[in-house]
Design a protein. Structure first.
Lengths: 337, 337
DNA sequence: CTGAAAGCGCTAACAC
DNA sequence: GTGTTAGCGCTTTCAG
């Protein structure tokens, strides 16, 4: 069924090697030969069998991207950016969803399905410090979005602590003092939740504001639904607060919804800031202030770093930690009252 | 570097074929042999080379999914559903973004990169009726989301016309008569915009309401941004309307934003309904009424249909058109005034 | 500048 | 039940 190099070679009256040379732009081919071959290629509609090429060359031209869930806006936008960056380098992207399940994340790392790709860009959510050994994998790996110290692989990540601190300070600068948090993960140190909470605490401390556990709203899931729920719980506690730092934008949108339902005005009664700068943050009512963690740069850098590791698998370059610049994006939800 | 069947065979003291049999659960193997082989496999940490297996078997275990842009919520949620459905069948998904560019969509269909997959689930946006010939491809193909008549491939799609008609009738039932549209594509017949506008017109006609071009807001892009812009243009025209049918949810969210900025209350002054039922529609303020076009069913059916075609490439089953059930989801944005 | 031939790791006839 | 062997389609020394 499929037309192969042999078919082309036969029609062009040359050897299979010559056809291969033409396809791979080997420099020293007589123009007449090249033309003959190209004619045969178009006549037969030949397209190279990439699987065979992969087997031979050891390269697939594909990379894998593993994210918790594409239905989450942040990861969808991240995936869009990664795919675009990969395409610019002639790579194709295989997307996996882990559901943020530590078990599935560990499984993914040893999945033979990865043999179909040249490397992996992995945004773990469930893995902890104790899983660092599992990251010792026999293929190029770039981690995203979380900062695991002393891991064996390159990390491209955002400055969670510093950006969270800046977000909190943005609220403090607007005159807020009772700043609630939505989306904390109790006891977490190394994940995004832990790091962002740390930034929050640092900001409080720097401004002489006491940390008050009673306005910390935990929520394992970072969905709109859970943001709304966590906010309702916070309101039900009856403790006062004049601002909310939601640990991501989606939580913030859910929290805003719950605040409005409860008759609290944003930003007049409660200022709200999120984290991620997802597209929709600018179109909500009120528009959502947030931190832009440098998503586009992260995607491009992750692909570039992975490509480098793929090109030099035995390189002695130690694991790098690449940090994106961030910025606070002030919008309506934190306008001065 | 990599450990192969030969290595395992040597360690286990059997032939390569026996190892292959064990891996592929070939029934007739002596338990003792199986055990020996399995021991060798774990000892060496052997994982099969999927590229080699693909070359030999002609199957890759991967499918491709092509969507316009993952940053668009509808397609992100669709991709999430497709990947989940594929995984349930042991398939892995390669995601491509076309940017809704007809040129890139045509190119994609003949891309040799597809040789790395067993088939394609394709959500075209730029292709028109004239491109039907381009859909005659030498691999299994399932189209999504648009209804091209008499194409050569299976289609899994939503009932655009009927669902749009139902959305419009929902507004009419709420007492609205001046129903604007956001997101039309002038002159389009076969795309989602054309079909949904047709449903809108059918609903008007059925209720004796005249079609009025002056309240039709065109917008090629279906982003929040463009929805807001189209709505501002509509408002600037100074024509009156008491409802808006946005041709998708994202447009609707942008339009709501523009309405609120202009001091129009939703739903009191203007009722708004969208299309797609993306997750966030239920969390906006006010929550967005919309049409659920059956996304989950579409994703599962697309994967199942593609798998069938992959399993029976020469089947005589003619191209099928599979239509998802839809439902109107009434929320705050269309509550009776 | 072009041809012949080996082999990437695996599966599937076909022997034994 | 298990081993031998021939390729899947391609790239790549190595000759010529």
């Amino acid at each position: 069924m499929a037309v192969t190099l042999h078919d082309v070679a036969r029609l062009a009256g040359v050897s299979i090697k010559t056809v291969s040379n033409v396809i791979n732009d080997y420099p020293h081919i007589r123009p007449a030969t090249r033309e003959k071959v190209e004619l045969a290629i178009t006549e037969l509609g030949y397209t190279p069998n990439l699987t065979a090429r992969s087997l031979r060359s050891g390269r697939t031209g594909a990379i894998a991207l593993a994210v918790p869930d594409l239905a989450l806006a942040y990861f969808a936008e991240l995936a869009a950016a990664v795919i675009a960056a990969a395409e610019a380098s002639g790579l194709v992207v295989l997307v996996e969803q882990t559901g943020a399940d530590p078990e599935r994340e560990r499984e993914l790392l040893r999945s033979p399905r990865l043999k179909m790709t040249d490397g992996l860009i992995f945004s773990p959510l469930g893995l902890g410090q104790e899983d660092i050994a599992a990251l010792e994998v026999p293929y190029p790996l770039v981690l995203l979005g979380e900062r695991m110290f002393d891991g064996p692989s390159d990390h491209v990540t955002m400055q969670n602590v510093e950006a969270a601190r800046a977000a909190t300070e943005h609220l403090i600068a607007a005159g807020r003092r009772r700043i609630a948090v939505i989306g904390s993960h109790e006891g977490e140190v190394i994940g995004s939740a832990g790091l962002r909470l740390r930034g929050y605490r640092e900001a409080l401390e720097a401004h002489g504001i006491a940390y008050d556990e009673s306005i910390i709203g935990p929520s394992m899931a970072w969905h709109r639904e859970s943001g709304a729920r966590a906010m309702r719980e916070l309101l039900a506690r009856g403790v006062g607060f004049d601002a909310v730092f939601a640990l991501n934008d989606t939580l913030a949108l859910g929290a805003m919804r719950a605040l409005l339902e409860a008759g609290r005005r944003v930003p007049d009664d409660v200022a709200v800031i999120g984290f991620d700068n997802i597209d929709e943050a600018q179109y909500t009512v009120p528009s959502l202030s947030t931190v832009d963690p440098g998503r586009a740069w992260i995607a491009e850098t992750a692909v570039a770093t992975l490509l480098e590791r793929i090109a030099h698998p035995q390189s002695d370059v130690p694991p790098r930690l690449l940090l994106a610049d961030f910025s606070v994006v002030a919008r309506e939800s934190t306008h001065a009252a």
